[in-house]
Design a protein around this ligand. Structure first.
Ligand code: SF4
Ligand code: SF4
Length: 280
């Protein structure tokens, strides 16, 4: 993201909308400036503010005149008065930032917008999490902290070492150069994104081990980590296997999303799994 210094009138409106705090008024040039290292290309500044097309010279002059009179001339808070934002076309690997940070951009690997994964929201038809399994979503960077891929790599390495299976239809997995070791592509490690999700599947017996592993790695990386857990309920709609483990680990469980079984399975292996379940 770029701000045209010839257009910016340093009203400061954009500094409040940047989730990364990457926009600041440079006291030397007296213009809003983007810290490109911290900018995750979410486009919240460009899309979130209405772009007006006032003449920058006139606006600056008015602001000066009003200042002399000890008054203020400020644009409405949701406006960039001079349409000073001029996004650069993004090339690889920087384009990865936008793919993970702008919720309106679909991921090439999955076609899903935002962080690019359906997680277990569509488990009824995808059958990602099968009977006897737990699907973990390990979410980095939210809210408003962001995450570097080099930090996510540390988590992926630890998970791979523990022998978990990474969800193939997940954008972070699609950026791995070696899925067996959880190694991400070298050229994206110094890219930062607003948030991202790693998805894994393990047998239910490994729930506690995985939570403890995530806790340990979280301490070594500079971001926030949230754990989501997806599992299958019994016929009465209750979970008596995974929930008690999580409660014992100190979590106050809140059920967030429930698939109620109205979807039709489209995944062959999951279909076989259901057939097995029915036989039992
Ligand atoms: S909103 Fe526009 S004019 Fe105001 S500081 Fe930001 S870029 Fe400059
Ligand atoms: S694109 Fe997003 S992160 Fe970058 S400066 Fe704009 S609001 Fe901040």
């Amino acid at each position: 993201m770029k701000i045209n210094p010839n257009k910016c009138v340093a009203c400061g409106n954009c500094t409040y909308v940047c989730p990364m705090g990457a926009i600041y008024i440079d006291p030397v040039v007296k213009r809003a400036t983007v810290n490109s290292t911290e900018c995750v290309e979410c486009y919240a500044c460009f899309n979130g503010l209405s772009q007006e097309h006032l003449n920058p010279t006139i606006v600056r002059s008015m602001r000066k005149v009003f200042q002399w009179m000890r008054l203020r001339f400020d644009p409405e808070p949701d406006v960039c008065p001079t349409a000073a934002f001029e996004p650069d076309p993004l090339s690889w690997p920087r384009v990865v930032r936008r793919a993970f940070s702008d919720p309106r951009v679909p991921h090439e690997s999955t076609g899903v917008e935002g962080r690019g994964t359906e997680e277990v929201k569509t488990n009824d038809i995808s059958g990602r999490v099968k009977v006897g399994e737990v699907g973990f979503t390990i979410e980095f960077g939210r809210p408003g902290v962001g995450v570097w891929f080099r930090d996510m790599q540390k988590m992926c390495w630890a998970l791979a070492k523990a022998g978990v299976s990474f969800e193939k239809k997940n954008p972070v997995t699609s950026l791995m150069s070696d899925i067996a070791t959880g190694t991400l592509r070298e050229d994206i490690l110094n890219e930062k994104v607003l948030s991202a999700i790693v998805e894994i599947m393990v047998p239910v017996e490994r729930t506690e081990e995985i939570v403890r592993l995530v806790w340990a790695v979280e301490k070594e990386i500079e971001t926030v980590v949230a754990i989501g857990v997806g599992t299958r309920c019994g016929e009465d709609g209750e979970d008596t296997v995974v929930g008690p483990v999580l409660e014992r680990l100190g979590y106050n469980l809140q059920r967030a999303k429930t698939n109620i079984g109205l979807g039709r399975i489209t995944n062959r292996s999951a279909e076989q799994n259901y057939a097995e379940m029915a036989r039992k």
